[in-house]
Design a binder for this molecule. Structure first.
Ligand code: ZN
Length: 298
């Protein structure tokens, strides 16, 4: 049976764009429910400037409150050396280091050109000496809100710089939800062909309703891991009109029906998405959480 790994990103990407600040306790409750639903790899915090992203100001407190689980990989997001050091000090199991494919977005997000950030990553990876797994996400890999089209050449140049740091995985992220399945097939396929030994993760936002189709295209093109968030919450505070990630329960539904194992329980995902909607106090975008699975459970 084919297997696809899901990285739950609701505690980070999901909450960072919400006006409602969830308490540390509620974040930990969300994380606990996700684990109970079968999540085994989860982005739980972002080690960014708390003045810029106040929703993530309690990153260290979240890390300190996590259940000790050898079978769960807790991932922390970092955008620079300082963030990386904070993540390691907070005892994350893995760092997700993000670089934006477009210079304009990268300057707004992390104050440097993309290849400057890639050079920082080289230093970080050299210093870490493989002691902590580093996955690298290339944001705006399918388009930038400020520069428009991002060329495949640009993405592959950045992939080349990143691959040299020997990351555990490279992710292509559609930060602003502009990708279509054809773009995904092309870009994931191009990375896979050049770096067949580097696992590929994809991160999609459903801003233009192509998210779940993109997820399918990514799997067909050889991605082994997908990011998603319960209830489809999420968005980047630095991307205009940002909307949520693909919904975990929608993804699990599609993969269940295709005979692709994720280890996640659809019913528990739906329950958790509904719980999260209650905590946020507004409707959230997930669709299967409203319609239910099929066939209906006996
Ligand atoms: Zn995102």
């Amino acid at each position: 049976m084919t297997t696809i790994e899901i990285v739950e990103v609701s505690p980070r990407d999901g909450l960072q764009n919400e006006k409602t600040l969830l308490s540390t306790g509620d974040k930990l409750a969300l994380i606990g429910k996700a684990i109970d639903a079968g999540v085994r790899r989860m982005e739980v915090a972002s080690f960014v400037n708390p003045k810029k992203v106040p929703q993530m100001a309690d990153a260290e407190a979240v890390m300190a409150g996590l259940p000790a689980r050898d079978d769960v990989t807790y991932v922390g997001l970092a955008l620079n050396e300082r963030g990386f050091e904070r993540a390691v000090a907070a005892d994350v199991d893995e760092v997700n280091f993000a670089v934006m494919a477009s210079d304009t977005f990268n300057r707004r997000n992390q104050g440097a050109d993309a290849f400057e950030t890639a050079r920082q990553l080289t230093t970080i990876a050299d210093n870490a000496q493989g002691k902590i797994p580093i996955g690298v996400t290339i944001g705006t890999a399918f388009g930038c809100p400020f520069e428009g089209e991002v060329s495949l050449y640009r993405v592959l140049s950045l992939v080349e710089a990143i691959a040299a740091t020997l990351p555990r995985e490279i992710a292509l992220a559609d930060t602003i939800g502009v990708a279509t399945p054809r773009d995904v097939a092309e870009r994931v396929g191009a990375v896979r062909d050049r770096y067949p030994d580097v696992p590929i993760r994809c991160h999609f936002h459903n801003t233009r309703n192509t998210g779940i189709a993109n997820a399918w295209a990514a799997i067909e093109a050889g991605a082994t891991t997908l990011d998603s968030s319960l209830g489809g919450v999420g968005g980047c505070p630095f991307a205009p009109a940002a909307t949520g990630n693909i919904a975990t329960e929608d993804l699990v539904y599609m993969l269940d029906r295709a005979g692709i194992a994720t280890g996640l329980d659809l019913g528990a995902c739906i329950d958790t998405a509904q719980w999260l909607e209650g905590k946020l106090g507004h409707a959230i975008p997930g669709q299967v959480m409203k319609a239910g699975g099929f066939p209906a459970p006996a």
